[in-house]
Design a protein. Structure first.
Length: 220
């Protein structure tokens, strides 16, 4: 019984820690992705190690740049790449390329990195998500890490494979967490107090009496 109680207490502590970590995520540096396979993916940006790249991702996201772009290179066991509006892997945004922000953050399952050409300072808009702990490990210190998937890796796993895939999946919508939260707050109706029921008057039938049909509103 004691062992079972201790295990239960440990499980509760782990769940509490996970919940606290989720609550600690900064909405301004959280990217929410909806993909065409019906899934959702949450990415926590890492501005502490790649401030320029994190800012670029947020800027392009807010401009709607990524919406509708396909995953043009998806290699099982390695990574899924997107961010090229032409879908060829040869293009990017109209913004200038970024200076490399390499770090020793270890590439692992769910790590998000910036794609680039041979020049270390050529990252622009394309990024990739790693499938496994080992598939991308050799990229550490060679490609700028911009974030980590915190939810929805199962939906990354489901992306159509190929270079390019025969029927590629795409980003339906990319948004910044703080923007989504702000829109939700604006859309939420203010709480109201229901008015007390009025006493029936001569012009209002009492309960149980037939009422005249309501007037049909005119078409707007």
């Amino acid at each position: 019984m004691l062992k079972k109680t201790l295990l239960t207490a440990g499980s509760i502590m782990m769940m509490t820690a996970a919940a606290a970590q989720a609550q600690a995520a900064d909405p301004e540096n959280t990217i929410l992705m909806e993909v065409s396979n019906g899934g959702k993916i949450t990415i926590e940006l890492l501005p502490d190690i790649a401030p320029g790249h994190a800012e670029r991702i947020k800027t392009l996201t807010r401009e709607g740049f990524y919406d509708g772009i396909i995953f043009h290179r998806v290699i099982d066991g390695f990574m899924a790449q997107t961010g090229d509006p032409t879908g060829t892997g040869m293009s990017g945004s109209d913004k200038p390329d970024l200076k490399a922000e390499f770090s020793q953050y270890q590439y692992k399952r769910g790590t998000v990195g910036m794609a680039r050409k041979g020049d270390p300072d050529s990252a622009n808009s394309q990024f990739f998500i790693c499938f496994s702990d080992t598939g991308c490990s050799s990229l550490t210190g060679q490609y700028t890490v911009i974030g980590q998937v915190t939810e929805g890796m199962e939906n990354v796993d489901k992306l159509a494979k190929g270079e390019p895939p025969a029927s590629p999946d795409k980003i339906v919508k990319l948004s910044v967490g703080s923007d989504t939260a702000a829109k939700g707050a604006e859309a939420a109706p203010a709480p109201t107090t229901a008015p007390a029921a009025a006493e029936p008057t001569a012009s209002e039938p009492a309960a149980g009496e037939p009422a005249p049909p309501a007037e049909t509103p005119a078409a707007q």
